[in-house]
Design a protein around this ligand. Structure first.
Ligand SMILES: [Zn+2]
Length: 223
């Protein structure tokens, strides 16, 4: 019997290619509502192979849905939902050409970084100066704004296309640099906000038994 396949983007080789289903593995998962109630679900992992590069991909579904409607779980290429849509959109275009066209990738990442700076309201002209501004405002660590090799490379590429060639290894470094920036500016603050909210929501569900523990009349209330 022929294996099931679907055509999708492969983050390994950056091609749209058939992904052949190799293994289907169901599991019994448990999630939680914000009030602490459990929600059991039947999830499924689908292990597949890209027919262009032969690398492995993992798709996942929170239901017993079929392979074709499952979402790509690994490798994960998208940015966190805390990143503004404009920045994500430019990055999603960039990541698709990272392997095939590292120069064009670097130009796109420069655009994405400029979008981050614009979104954070920086005033300076050059990208290097704008990142320094973000560091001065405490939004990124100073060491990131001082990554001059990377900044010089993404500043030169495209402007002097004939002289500057970005090696795929450098494209990976540029990608990591960009992800570090968005992680400091958007992802970490959103994560901290979310865990504080979750702590607050969950502690509400603990209030009921605590309500019974009223201070004894006449006892001075603390705090
Ligand atoms: Zn592939």
């Amino acid at each position: 019997m022929e294996n099931e396949h679907r055509i999708n983007f492969c983050p390994h080789c950056c091609n749209r290619a058939p992904h052949t289903l190799l293994i289907t593995q169901g599991y019994e998962g448990v999630g939680w509502m914000t009030d602490g109630d459990e929600i059991p679900y039947d999830g499924t992992y689908f292990v597949a192979r890209c027919e262009t590069c032969k690398e492995i991909l993992i798709y996942h579904s929170y239901t017993e849905e079929d392979y074709r409607s499952a979402e790509l779980y690994w490798p994960n290429i998208g940015l966190n939902k805390a990143v503004p849509e404009e920045v994500s959109r430019i990055y999603n275009e960039a990541i698709r050409i990272k392997q095939l066209a590292p120069n064009a990738f670097a130009v796109q990442i420069r655009r994405a970084l400029e979008a981050v700076c614009k979104n954070r309201g920086t005033q300076k002209h050059s990208l290097a100066q704008q990142l320094k501004e973000l560091a001065e405002k405490g939004e990124i660590p100073e060491t990131l704004s001082e990554a001059s090799d990377i900044l010089r490379l993404i500043g030169n590429v495209g402007a002097h296309a004939s002289e500057t060639e970005v090696h795929p290894l450098q494209a990976t470094a540029i990608d990591q640099f960009f992800k570090a920036i968005v992680s400091y500016v958007y992802v970490s603050p959103a994560m901290i906000k979310e865990f504080k909210e979750n702590m607050k929501k969950y502690s509400k569900t603990l209030e009921t038994p605590n309500d019974r523990m009223q201070p004894i009349a006449g006892e001075p209330s603390s705090g």
